[in-house]
Design a protein around this ligand. Structure first.
Ligand code: SF4
Length: 197
């Protein structure tokens, strides 16, 4: 069931069933490395907020991972403020909106040790091959996504990935999947609608 809100304990499952590749990558990196650099926290944090995760749950979720490496008080000093800020609860109290695909693709090249950005745009072919091997895609599906990435059709690759993950759903079908390939949260929302239908 979907509903408007999600909880932190659903994220591992949702990352596999319903998140686009960019966010799944960031989620996996956070779980694996127990840290995330600035733009990863911003990109993923705003996505989670728009996906319906409460501020309290997001603080708890990041705290649970980060405090495997840093003390709780350091987490609260250095990171919790940023999360509250992105929910509009600190500073200028701006209600920040999550980034769309164009911004992520154009502006968000990840450096070493960073996990934001769009994998179809920013990962090498070798990196994509290794990644697709972990996603349960068939060899022809992986080859198609690699080819779309190579020919700079990043957002179409994302739509095709959506279709592979959700058999029978066409990303071009406006009813269920309007915006897939244009916004990470549209991908997520369409996936939730698919499983709810
Ligand atoms: Fe994420 Fe958009 Fe790239 Fe898909 S096309 S992986 S949603 S940035």
């Amino acid at each position: 069931t979907s509903g408007e809100s999600i909880t932190a304990d659903q994220l591992d499952l949702l990352s596999k069933t319903s998140m686009p590749l960019c966010m799944r990558q960031t989620h996996d990196a956070l779980r694996r490395e127990h840290k995330l650099k600035h733009w990863g926290r911003v990109q993923y944090g705003l996505f989670l907020k728009a996906a319906g995760l409460s501020m309290e749950d997001q603080v708890r979720f990041f705290e649970q991972e980060f405090t495997k490496l840093v003390p709780h008080d350091q987490f609260h000093k250095e990171y919790a403020y940023g999360i509250r800020h992105r929910y509009g609860k600190e500073g200028k109290r701006t209600d920040y909106t999550p980034y769309g695909c164009l911004k992520i693709i154009m502006d968000f090249a990840p450096g070493p040790g960073e996990f934001h950005g769009c994998p179809y745009r920013h990962y090498s072919q070798d990196h994509l091959t290794a990644l697709f091997g972990t996603l349960g895609l068939s060899p022809p599906q992986a080859a198609e996504l690699r080819q779309l990435s190579k020919s700079h059709n990043y957002q179409i690759a994302c739509q095709r990935h959506f279709e592979f993950l959700h058999p029978g759903a066409a990303a071009a079908d406006q009813e269920i999947s309007a915006g897939v390939g244009n916004h990470p949260n549209a991908f997520f929302k369409a996936s939730r609608a698919y499983y709810d239908a």
